[in-house]
Write a protein that binds this ligand. Structure first.
Ligand code: NAP
Ligand code: GLV
Length: 297
């Protein structure tokens, strides 16, 4: 589908699919890819730009076949932000409307209504206020939830209590009912939610991870779930994907697993961005979504 969409959007460019690109490797200057096999990029000696067909660039930055001179450009939203709001909202409603508890009651044939929890009494915290996080924050705040957000630099989002830097994180965790992780996987965010920080969450809080598995120390998370101090975790991303067979998350009564599907790239949106960026690059203008290799996102 990308080949057709790119050819339609960029009639003035020669767009090659696979394996034609391998035949003409010397002439290739720009590549759009996701999950390319190891060594793939090394065959293009004149490669200038890699367009990542997703938001997260962690796996691209770990490769050894991309020269430092190659620019990496990622997608901004590209239809993913709305889907991430939907994913987060699903988990939030699961918590707010006590679906986890009613499931257990159903299994025990138990009819016990609980007091409803009001949105304006539910503290939602979002780690990462980028393309996805800020959209989720704004949408949930618009629905009446008490929304707090956290990022590296100071941010301002209407209706959202924005905090930043390491100092702001501990306090935020202590004041959270449902925690959303929408950070990129970088050196700085690896195991950001370690045993100490996870333990700051109030008793009965829930975690929803739509960012990357490396953000959370999974053993520490398991221990809190086993000890029932966390109500549940809804996890779309894992340290190892696919989640290995027999992993304790699979059958854990307090874990909801989805197979890395929280937000998929919408090809038409992606191609529109790539086309605009290609034209900018050809005109020596800055492209949107350029990745800072040192920061890792
Ligand atoms: P983005 O626009 O680059 O935003 C990243 C956010 O994280 C920014 O707010 C940034 O802070 C913050 N951040 C980065 N490093 C930090 C640190 N050390 N401390 C505190 N905050 C930090 O990324 P995005 O497009 O929103 O996507 C976020 C991530 O979601 C992606 O990297 C990817 O891993 C994941 N994702 C998952 C799926 C899925 O299906 N599960 C789909 C798409 C994306 P600043 O605002 O200060 O820069
Ligand atoms: C998906 O996980 C993405 O980063 O786009």
């Amino acid at each position: 589908i990308y080949l057709r969409l790119l050819r339609d959007a960029l009639p003035e460019w020669e767009i090659l699919g696979w394996p034609d690109a391998a035949e003409a490797a010397d002439a290739v200057t720009h590549v759009a890819a996701w999950g390319a096999p190891p060594g793939f990029f090394a065959r293009f000696p004149h490669l200038q730009v890699v367009f990542n067909l997703g938001a997260g660039v962690d796996s691209l930055l770990q490769r050894d076949d991309l020269a430092a001179s190659v620019r990496i450009v990622r997608l901004l939203d590209a239809g993913m932000a709305q889907q991430m709001t939907e994913y987060c909202l699903y988990g939030l409603l699961h918590y707010q409307r006590a679906m986890d508890i009613y499931r257990r009651q159903q299994q025990a044939e138990q009819w016990t209504p609980r007091d409803a929890r009001r949105a304006n009494n539910l503290r939602v915290s979002i780690l990462g206020l980028g393309e996805l996080g800020q959209r989720v924050a704004g949408d949930l705040s618009g629905m009446g939830y008490v929304v707090q957000g956290w990022s590296r630099r100071a941010r301002q989002i209407e209706g959202v209590d924005c905090r930043h830097g390491e100092a702001g994180l501990d306090q935020l965790l202590m004041e959270t009912d449902v925690l959303f992780c929408l950070l990129p996987a970088t050196q700085d965010t690896r195991h950001l939610l370690d045993a100490r920080r996870l333990a700051l969450l109030p008793e009965g809080a829930a975690i929803i991870n739509g960012g990357r598995g490396s953000l959370i120390d999974e053993d520490a998370l398991l221990a809190l779930l086993d000890g029932e101090s966390l109500r549940f975790a809804m996890l779309d991303v894992f340290a190892v994907e696919p989640l290995p067979s027999g992993h304790p998350f699979w059958k854990h009564p307090r874990v909801i697993i989805t197979p890395h599907v929280a937000a998929d790239t919408v090809p038409a949106d992606a191609v529109a961005q790539i086309a605009a960026n290609l034209r900018k690059h050809a005109a020596r203008l800055p492209m949107d979504g350029g990745v800072d290799r040192l920061l890792g996102y």
